[in-house]
Ligand binder design. Sequence first.
Ligand code: TXA
Ligand code: MG
Length: 315
Amino acid sequence: VTYFQMTEILTPEANGLARAAAFLRGGELVAFPTETVYGLGGDATNGRACAGIFAAKGRPSFNPLIVHVPDLAAAQEYAVIEGPLLRLAQAFWPGPVTIVAPLRAGHGLSDLVSAGLPSVALRVPAHPLAQALLRETGRPLAAPSANPSGQISPTTAAHVYAGLNGKIAAILDGGACAVGLESTILGGDPVRLMRAGGLAVEEVEAQLGHALPEDTTPGKIQAPGQLSSHYAPDAPVSLNITDRHAGRTLIGFGEIMGDLTLSESGDLVEAASRLFGALHTADALGLPIDVAPIPNVGLGRAINDRLTRAAAPRS
Ligand code: TXA
Ligand code: MG
């Protein structure tokens, strides 16, 4: 692994895209924006790059990586996507959805990507810079969220810099992520929900025409947070708090006005886009964090999943 004095911040204007692609083709690591969160990208066909991703994040090597590709045809080079998963890919790609499907024979991905599983997680991001980077690099990009393992996911280049400066070659700055929650992960036939995320479960169910069972098989690799403490700020987090208390930071929602408020109008899409930024900001204040109740529908389900993990006892 190469350790850099300082991580470069690249912008698309100043030839940043070409430089980011050159770093990636050379096996270096570059964080890039997607519509969900920033990803910590490396060439998924390069074992040294993939090993570097685990090292930079401090990520346990049994936790497999998501591979980003520009379109469904590219995804089919690495996995066999068929049946209901194919229909979901056609309906929701590009977008905030990851599909776990069997590896295709001769796939060419580094073994580190799948962490020994017979399947691989694939995603076609909609963000124009992510699309441009994938096409310019010409390689599938393994990219977990660009944060140290167990910490809050990054939704701005500044969040990435705060967590990974000196550990990766560069950050491609594309501004704030519009969705703000990691992708919804779907896999299996019948299709199961492996992680609630940036696409509401109700939309998936409407497309499938039936309810989506959640994958809760004990001991199986689950999307992220088989480790129950995850997305954790340094400060302790308490949930379902309806009043402000001295010496604590309240993150509000709807009627409940906080020091920071996720959405005054009670809009869950807006709340999702602000969630991780609010946790980063609240954490910097150094006080314990209280969070108002969030309705458990639509993106509220993924918001509550992340908040529950942020509030879980630390081991
Ligand atoms: O929105 C996102 O999904 C972001 C952006 C950068 O694409 N990425 C992201 O990656 O959240 P990460 O590594 O933080 O979470 C990926 C999750 C992991 O928890 C992993 O366990 C799961 O996907 N995963 C990867 N491959 C899998 C597989 N073959 N079977 C089951 N779960 C898998
Ligand atoms: Mg993550």
